[in-house]
Every structure is written in structure tokens, then in C-alpha cells.
Design a protein around this ligand. Structure first.
Ligand SMILES: Nc1nc2c(ncn2[C@@H]2O[C@H](COP(=O)(O)OP(=O)(O)OP(=O)(O)O)[C@@H](O)[C@H]2O)c(=O)[nH]1
Ligand SMILES: [Mg+2]
Length: 320
């Protein structure tokens, strides 16, 4: 725009197009291997929720990394797609999650298969690897949690076991938790991206609404504070969100559970559990929104919602 008054033959010499690489990169693997931890570490900020429980992530979530590619003398944009872990579904929600994950495999430039280096490959690792058959994009093996592997020999054994699952382009031992090997992984991804314009403007960091991230931050506390089946039976939806006098943001959110007995546990003695969930989530939401928040949580029973097509859709888990 700024050079439009130059005649065309002069414009070329003045507007030197910046060398740019861009593309979509899927974080792939079974539950609990550290895909979401890795996304946050690569982005350098908390973008998605993480917990020690499997099946924490329930959506395909884009996180955009913009940067300079010193080796190639230009810029890059990687659109990472975090995905639900691949597993054998036990209910309709599980089926929807695996379908959501699979939908992330089309139109991509790179796959990062995340393996847990502290554990032998499981059936679900094999399942995840099988789903990569027919995917033309190169797949990198990121052997995560290398900080928790006792020695080099153990890491080498794991490496061999995981490399036999699929024909990987390269293997990179990493620790998403400690930040080890992430520069190498990033360079390996950028190396495999095609030249091309960025997909998103520089100010865009993801593809989800503030309400989505708020729901996730509440659910993260449910994942962290509740036991056994209950965390997996919780789905959160923001019912109302509006600014109040003095700049406080009022948010009303529902925690949907599957049974009355779960509702009692989520509320806790004298409301103690729901209060604790609310307090922790509110702190995180205030950091996200950059303002003070009044968070009101209510618990609703949606009878066996994880096996209900209607509720799975209403709660936003049918994204195919
Ligand atoms: N020691 C160690 N733990 C890690 C590392 N990366 C992730 N973890 C832990 O592994 C657990 C699972 O991490 P997540 O990032 O939620 O795993 P995920 O693959 O996204 O799991 P799903 O969303 O369920 O598919 C958490 O307790 C993390 O703290 C790592 O590099 N080292
Ligand atoms: Mg996850």
C-alpha cells in the first residue's frame, strides 16, 4: 500500500518480499503423553489446560507461533493443533474425541508424534501410529518426559521401541516440562514447512473464544481436584458473561455431571469443594482476561451425558 505510487517495474526492487515459512503441525499421540504441555512450552505461555489424568484435552485447539527463522533469514508461522489423545473409546464422548483428533490430520504440513519415554509403547500408541498411515505429511517422533528417564541406555531402548511403530522422519528426545530439546524440535518442524504466507495475522494466537478458555480453566480445576471417574464426567459451559459496575467481569458457569452422587461430591461438605474449584479457576481466569472476575459456579446433573448424542453436541464436543 505504502509504495503504490511507484511504477510497477520499480516496485519490485523496493518491496522485497520477506522470506516466510508457514504451515499446520499436529500434536499427536495417546492420552497423557504431554501434548498439551508441549504446546504451552512451544508457545511460551499457558494456552491449553494440562492435568496428570488421561483424556484432559477434548478439542482440536489451534495455537499459533509466529517468529523469525534465523537460519533461513526470514519469518515463520506454525499453527499447532493440540488434539485429544487417541484411545479405545468407552462411550460416545470417547468416540467423538477420537473423531475430533482424526479430523486434525487433513491439510497439514507436519505431525509431531509425542511418545512417553518413561513407558513402553501401549496399545494406544500403536493405535495412534496406525492412524498416521496414509498421512502424507512428515512425522517427527518427540520422545517426551526424557527428564524422567533414568539413563541414556533406557532412552535408547525406548527410542527403538517407538521408532518401530512408524516410519518417522526424525526422532527428538525432549522434555516439555523442563524445556529440553524444544529449540531442536522447533527447528525440525520449521525445516519441514513449505514457503508460504502466514495463515493468521500476527496478533492472532489461537482459534478459540474467551468463553472456551474460561470453560477449560474451570474444567482444569475439576480435573485436578476431583478423583476417579468424576473429572471425566465433568463438562463446563459458560452460561452468562457480562461486565459489571467497577469493571468486574461477572461469569456464571455450569459444571455438568452425570449423576446426583457426583453432584454432591463436586459441591463437597458445606460447598467446600466447589468453592475451592471456583477460587483456583477465578485466579487463572483473571490472569487470562486481565481484569477482576466474579465467578459463579453451579452444578447440573445431565443424566449419563457422555453417552448422549444430544448432550455431546450441546456441550460442544461434536466438532467433526
Ligand atoms: N516428567 C515429565 N512430565 C511431563 C512432561 N510433559 C508432560 N508431563 C506431565 O504429563 C501429564 C500429562 O500432560 P498433558 O500435557 O496433559 O498430556 P496430554 O498428552 O495433553 O494428555 P491428553 O490431553 O489427556 O491427551 C502431566 O502431569 C504433565 O505434567 C515432561 O516433559 N516430563
Ligand atoms: Mg492434552
Amino acid at each position: 500500500m505504502g509504495f503504490s505510487f511507484f511504477p510497477p517495474h520499480l516496485r519490485l526492487s523496493v518491496v522485497k518480499k520477506k522470506h516466510m515459512k508457514s504451515g499446520f503441525c499436529v500434536l499427536w499421540g495417546r492420552p497423557n503423553v504431554g501434548k498439551s504441555t508441549l504446546l504451552n512450552a512451544l508457545l511460551g505461555r499457558k494456552h491449553v489446560i494440562v492435568s496428570p489424568r488421561p483424556q484432559t484435552t477434548r478439542h482440536r485447539i489451534a495455537g499459533v507461533l509466529h517468529g523469525e527463522d534465523e537460519s533461513a533469514g526470514g519469518g515463520f508461522q506454525i499453527v499447532f493443533l493440540d488434539t485429544p489423545g487417541i484411545h479405545e473409546p468407552q462411550h460416545k464422548l470417547g468416540e467423538a474425541l477420537v473423531k475430533t483428533a482424526r479430523s486434525a490430520l487433513s491439510d497439514i504440513e507436519c505431525v509431531v508424534f509425542v511418545g512417553d519415554a518413561t513407558d513402553k509403547p501401549h496399545n494406544d500408541d500403536r493405535r495412534a501410529a496406525e492412524l498416521l498411515q496414509g498421512v502424507r505429511a512428515p512425522a517427527l517422533l518427540a520422545l517426551n518426559k526424557s527428564d524422567a528417564v533414568p539413563d541414556e541406555a533406557a532412552l535408547a531402548t525406548r527410542r527403538g521401541e517407538f521408532e518401530s511403530l512408524h516410519s518417522f522422519d526424525a526422532t527428538l528426545p525432549i522434555s516439555a516440562l523442563k524445556g529440553d530439546g524444544l529449540d531442536e524440535l522447533k527447528a525440525a518442524i520449521i525445516q519441514r514447512l513449505p514457503e508460504g504466507d502466514p495463515y493468521f495475522p500476527p496478533e492472532m494466537t489461537g482459534d478459540r473464544s474467551p468463553e472456551f478458555h474460561i470453560e477449560e480453566l474451570v474444567r482444569e480445576q475439576a480435573m485436578l481436584q476431583l478423583r476417579e471417574e468424576i473429572p471425566h464426567s465433568v463438562a463446563v459451559n459458560v452460561e452468562q458473561m457480562e461486565p459489571r459496575k467497577g469493571g468486574t467481569l461477572f461469569i456464571e458457569a455450569f459444571l455438568n455431571v452425570e449423576r446426583d452422587s457426583q453432584k454432591r461430591i463436586v459441591i463437597g461438605a458445606g460447598g467446600s469443594r466447589i468453592k475451592e474449584i471456583g477460587q483456583q479457576a477465578r485466579g487463572e481466569i483473571e490472569t487470562l482476561m486481565g481484569r477482576s472476575v466474579y465467578l459463579e459456579l453451579r452444578v447440573k446433573v445431565r443424566e449419563k451425558w457422555r453417552d448422549s448424542d444430544v448432550w455431546i453436541k450441546r456441550l460442544g464436543y461434536d466438532e467433526r
